[in-house]
Design a protein around this ligand. Structure first.
Ligand code: HEC
Ligand code: HEC
Length: 466
């Protein structure tokens, strides 16, 4: 009896060890300032083209609004951005029409709702969408959508079954994603709200919430996807560890019915991550002064490389997580995950963490010093998008407390590197970014202040070349 017990214990220990083998452990959270993160090799052997096709046609959100329900409202719309085929051609590039598990064609948002941005009048896939606006309440919309789909299809029709999961999660996330600033993206709040009503093990819907969630919505800028192959960990706070394929498919919590479906989606992300790793940043489209850029490179290597790495032939990226104490940027986003949100705990008990290949969320009180490839194009800056251009990122005295982007997709400032903006006389306004709100502060990252005006100009000239 005793022996069997011991063997059983040993076996569970072995299974547990195997389960966690190869995954970096979270760093001990004592007194730290800057820590390089250990990269886990990612499998990038998938087919990038197939990955892109899955992203723009695929079923990774699992359920959605029946296509038939929307069809009349679409009119003669033809999308020219992705030039897709079939019913997808009739949808904006930010939506996919796909078959739900029961065969009914449904429509949901896709990754490019957030991960495609407009630059110089063109949509660039992989550039973060800094134009989204989550300031309007979505609760009424979510309730109405549920009401009308249920009214039209009753209880028994397959269209209703193909909508149900999405309907639940849409209602759950709607009250949690309203932001107080334009341009910022509450993707993790959306995920948190959906995860909250999913069984972590089999991912099925459950009526009761697992954890309490704060009322106030923190949101971030959307990072570009072309740095994926350099990063040892994902997300601004470096919390995304282990298999990136699992981390990349997190948006699936918005509608997939269960872990069986999640497994099928995950197989396709083998190709999706290969696509993301194949992305290149857009090249700076105007003249660059080579002598000034060379001076800038020297200054950069002296003042910035230890955190952001070096570029060109001898590329090196140290993958450093920098504590709040050192970087001094707004702490709320990092602290939200390390001490307030129930998401990391749910995630680390969930199918995403427990089934192979494993991934984890290890939040900490710091932010990653990101790779700066294509940085000229990714305004606004810092994790919360609180700084409109690089000139003011490097000279903190120039950062506006309130600012409003000039409208139009051609309003990029190719010298200051960022969005042209105005400073509204009264401060407030629907399209004004207010840096006095909790979580949206523009303080910190004072490393450029050490340089003179001319030196900063040279560094900016160099940044155009990355
Ligand atoms: C609702 C908007 C939204 C959707 C939809 C969305 N994302 Fe994101 N994504 C974000 C935001 C915001 C972040 C930044 C969060 C952070 O880093 O803390 C992010 C981060 C990422 C990152 C990490 C990048 C890095 O450098 O750390 C990857 C990779 C990614 N998303 C891929 C995807 C893929 C693939 C999909 C579709 C399956 C997707 N996302 C759907 C908003 C979204
Ligand atoms: C001690 C490490 C450290 C040093 C030194 C440093 N940075 Fe950073 N940098 C960071 C961290 C951490 C962030 C992310 C902060 C955040 O998002 O809140 C960052 C963010 C940035 C960003 C914004 C990235 C984005 O996508 O929004 C730019 C641009 C940047 N740094 C440029 C520089 C330049 C240029 C220098 C040298 C003058 C420099 N940094 C020096 C750690 C550092």
């Amino acid at each position: 009896m005793m022996r069997t017990g011991t063997i059983f214990l040993l076996l569970t220990a072995v299974v547990a060890c195997n389960q966690y083998r190869g995954l970096p452990e979270p760093e001990a959270d004592n007194d730290w300032k800057v820590r390089p993160l250990q990269a886990k090799p990612q499998d990038l052997s998938g087919d990038p083209q197939r990955g892109l096709e899955y992203l723009i046609y695929g079923d990774y959100i699992g359920s959605g609004i029946p296509f038939e329900f929307l069809e009349k409202k679409l009119g003669d719309f033809q999308d020219t951005v992705l030039a897709r085929e079939g019913n997808n051609r009739r949808l904006p590039y930010t939506f996919n029409a796909f078959s739900a598990p029961n065969g009914v064609e449904v429509v949901s948002g896709n990754c490019f709702t957030c991960h495609a941005g407009e630059l110089n009048g063109e949509i660039v896939l992989g550039l973060g969408n800094s134009r989204s606006d989550f300031q309007d309440k979505m609760t009424f919309q979510a309730r109405m959508m549920n009401f009308f789909v249920k009214l039209k299809y009753g209880k028994k029709k397959p269209e209703r079954a193909a909508f149900n999961d999405f309907g639940h999660y849409y209602k759950a996330m709607a009250p949690k994603v309203q932001t107080d600033n334009p341009g910022v993206n509450p993707a993790f709040r959306l995920e948190e709200a959906c995860a909250n009503f999913r069984d972590p093990v089999d991912l099925t819907y459950r009526k009761d919430a697992h954890f309490r969630s704060m009322k106030y919505t923190l949101a971030s800028d959307v990072p570009p996807l072309w740095n994926l192959d350099k990063k040892p960990a994902l997300y601004y706070n470096g919390m995304g560890r282990g298999a990136f394929t699992k981390l990349l498919m997190q948006a699936a919590v918005l509608g997939i019915p269960d872990s069986t479906q999640a497994r099928l989606v995950h197989e396709r992300f083998h190709d999706v991550i290969a696509w993301a790793a194949s992305l290149q940043p857009p090249a700076y489209p105007q003249q660059i002064d080579p002598a000034m850029a060379a001076t800038g490179q020297e200054l950069f290597e002296e003042h910035c490389s230890k955190c952001h790495g070096s570029y060109g032939e001898d590329e090196h990226y140290p993958g450093k997580l920098v504590s709040l104490e050192v970087v001094k940027t707004d702490p709320y986003y990092a602290r939200y995950f390390s001490s307030a949100s129930g998401l990391a705990d749910w995630y680390n008990r969930s199918w995403f963490a427990r089934s192979a290949p494993q991934s984890r969320l290890y939040p900490s009180d710091g932010y990653m010093a990101p790779p700066l490839d294509g940085i000229w194009a990714t305004a606004p800056y810092l994790h919360n998008g609180s700084v409109p251009d690089l000139e003011s990122l490097l000279d903190s005295s120039q950062r506006p407390t309130y600012w409003q982007r000039r409208p139009g997709s051609h309003s990029y400032d190719y010298e200051r590197l960022g969005w042209q903006y105005g400073v509204p006389a009264k401060g407030k306004g629907q399209q004004v970014y207010d840096t006095t709100l909790p979580g949206y502060g523009n303080q910190g990252h004072y490393f450029g202040d050490e340089l003179s005006r001319e030196e900063r100009r040279a560094v900016i000239e160099y940044l155009k070349t990355l």
